[in-house]
Structures are given as structure tokens and as C-alpha cells.
Ligand binder design. Structure first.
Ligand code: FAD
Length: 307
């Protein structure tokens, strides 16, 4: 699929979600969240920096939050194209989508899950990312994030602003703004953080509805993914007799997912190496990550594990 095709798909998928008429409070709340993010991107970001020439880049690590932001970013890119094309003297059918790849950056820090690495590769291709990878550039994993972004800026000095899929409920997230400069001890660029207002339930609702591939770790009880040595499955998702306490809140999204295929959830396979790794922690079965909607429990698996 070309960038133009995936951007148009994301636009249609987002419009379709926004057109859902429902009394479901999570969906209504997510529709409002999407509208606000779209407004930030189209009115505050694309009017300040061009999304077409490398001034804006996208920080992507394969997590669910930046995937959702990416779907919305692509959707807005398509809308931006349509608006610009409408202002041209030429009919839209004679106009070419102005980009082939999306500028993006992945900092390869800690040892990570092979499943996540594969997911980053598969989705980079699907979303047509021109993904700068710190390891590919330097041959070794980065020692810290700000140094890695310093190297990235040396390589792509045209970068003015970078999108980040951070939410207010993430650590220190409640102090962040939608558009702000980096801190003084970081390389100098603008951070664009257009999903700060999103709750965990909004992320699952839109992601499950989108029908897009979902990283296999989320299907195995992960809700927040960091390095392999610091992330476990979420203990609140262990399957036990209390299962009634965790009803699935997204049945509608799954059954009505965008252009839905067979069973509605497009969760990818977990890597056998990760399956072996997880087996070391015990025989428990875990519900998929989307059974958990409490923001304050999302990172309950992000602890130091003992190898
Ligand atoms: P997550 O919740 O997994 O990540 C939140 C988002 O950060 C992701 O959705 C993704 O967009 C991005 N991200 C996380 N890890 C990576 C990665 N390895 N490669 C690419 N993108 C990634 N901290 C400061 O103290 N001051 C700063 O000025 C500052 N500027 C930053 C600018 C950028 C572009 C980024 C990506 C991070 C910056 N940070 C800064 C660090 C940030 O505040 C978080 O500590 C960091 O993103 C990890 O967050 P997390 O553990 O919540 O991870």
C-alpha cells in the first residue's frame, strides 16, 4: 500500500468512527478526543510546520499510543492534501499525493521484545515510514534518549518538531503541553503531543475499531511495553475466578471494526522467543490488554523483573 492509500484509509476509518451514532460513553468520549487531536494537528501544527518537507518527524516505538497517533496523523495528512488540492486550479484527480514516506524516528534503547521489533518493522512498511533507527545508524543501541535525538538531528537538521504519543496519565505527563520546546538539557526542537487528553479506554476503543494490526504482546496481557527486563504482563489481567470483574468493554468495536475481517481483532502472533521468556514467569494465563481500562493500572507490569 502506498502512503497515499494508507493515509486515505486512515481518513476513511477515522471518519467512519466519528460517524458512529451511539449512547456508549467510551465511544462518545473517544470521538471528542479524536476531534480535539485533529484540530491540534490541522489548525495548530500544519499551519506552523509543513508535514511535507521533513520539518515534522514522528517518534515511533510500536506502542499502542503512538500507533493511534500515527493513524490520526495519517488521516490528517490526507485531509491536508484534500484541502490543499481543493485550492488548486487543477481538478483533484490530476493531483498527486505529495509524499511517498513519512519522516519518523525510532530510538533503539533497552533490550526489547522480538515481538515488538517485528511489529515496528511490519508497521513501518504498512504506514510507509522512513524510519531512522538509532541502531541501524550507529551499529549499537543508544545509551540514552536525548543523546540519540542529538544524533538524529545531526542527520536530519531540517527537523523542527517531533510528534510524541504521550498521554497525560503517563509518568510526568500531566505537566506537558500540546506543543512545547524540549527541556534545556535536551537537543532543541518542539515536542508535539496531541493525545495528552486520551484515556486508556479511548486508545483501545479506536485501535480495536480501526481493524489495524495490533502488537501481539497486547494480546498476551501486556498493557504498557518497555524494555524486556522492566516489563511484565499486567498482574490485573491474570485469568482467575474474578473474571466477571473484568468485562470486555469493546465488543461493539470488535464486531463492527472498520472493513472488518473474520473475527475482528487483527492481533499479530507473539514471537516464540517471547513465549519462552514469558513461560519463565509462571503458568498463569492473561486476558488481552484491552480488558483493562483503568489508567492508573496501565503500568502495573512496568516493574523491575528478576532474571
Ligand atoms: P512510552 O509511553 O512508551 O512512550 C511515549 C511516546 O514516546 C511513544 O508513544 C513514542 O511516541 C515516544 N517514544 C518512546 N520511546 C521511544 C523510542 N524508543 N523511540 C521513539 N519514540 C519513542 N524527556 C524530558 O525530560 N525532556 C524532554 O525535553 C523530552 N523530549 C522528548 C522528545 C521526544 C521526541 C521523545 C520521544 C521523548 C522526549 N522525552 C523528554 C522523554 C519522554 O518524556 C519519555 O520519557 C519517553 O518518551 C519515554 O516515555 P515512556 O516511558 O512513557 O514511554
Amino acid at each position: 500500500m502506498s502512503l497515499s492509500a494508507i493515509a486515505e484509509r486512515c481518513y476513511n476509518m477515522t471518519s467512519s468512527y466519528l460517524n458512529v451514532t451511539t449512547n456508549d460513553l467510551i465511544i462518545k468520549d473517544t470521538q471528542d478526543a479524536i476531534k480535539l487531536t485533529r484540530r491540534y494537528l490541522l489548525e495548530d501544527v500544519f499551519t506552523r510546520w509543513s508535514p511535507l518537507n521533513g520539518e515534522i518527524s514522528f517518534s515511533y516505538n510500536g506502542g499502542k499510543d503512538c500507533q493511534v497517533l500515527l493513524l490520526l496523523y495519517l488521516s490528517c495528512l490526507w485531509e491536508f492534501f484534500i484541502i490543499q488540492a481543493g485550492q488548486s486550479q487543477y481538478d483533484i484527480q490530476y493531483q498527486k499525493f505529495p509524499m511517498n514516506k513519512l519522516f519518523s524516528v525510532y530510538i533503539d534503547l533497552a533490550e526489547t521484545f522480538p515481538t515488538l521489533e517485528t511489529f515496528v518493522n511490519i508497521t513501518s512498511e504498512r504506514y510507509q515510514l522512513s524510519l531512522y533507527s538509532s541502531t541501524r545508524e550507529h551499529g549499537t543501541k543508544a545509551s540514552n534518549m536525548s543523546c540519540a535525538f542529538n544524533d538524529f538531528l545531526k542527520r536530519y537538521p531540517e527537523t523542527q518538531a517531533i510528534l510524541i504519543g504521550v498521554r497525560a496519565t503517563d509518568p510526568f505527563g500531566d505537566t506537558l503541553k500540546t506543543i512545547q520546546k524540549t527541556d534545556s538539557n535536551w537537543p532543541d526542537f518542539y515536542r508535539i503531543q496531541p493525545i495528552l487528553h486520551w484515556k486508556l479506554a479511548n486508545i483501545w476503543s479506536f485501535l480495536l475499531y480501526s481493524g489495524e494490526p495490533i502488537c501481539g504482546l497486547y494480546g498476551e496481557g501486556f498493557t504498557s511495553i518497555g524494555g524486556i527486563d522492566s516489563t511484565l504482563q499486567n498482574p490485573y489481567l491474570i485469568e482467575n475466578d474474578n473474571m466477571e470483574k473484568l468485562p470486555l468493554k469493546f465488543q461493539w468495536e470488535i464486531e463492527n471494526s472498520y472493513e472488518h475481517e473474520s473475527d475482528g481483532i487483527n492481533v499479530l502472533e507473539i514471537d516464540p522467543l517471547d513465549r519462552d521468556w514469558l513461560a519463565k514467569f509462571g503458568p498463569d494465563n492473561y486476558l488481552p490488554g484491552w480488558y483493562l481500562v483503568e489508567d492508573d493500572l496501565e503500568r502495573a507490569g512496568r516493574i523491575k523483573s528478576k532474571k
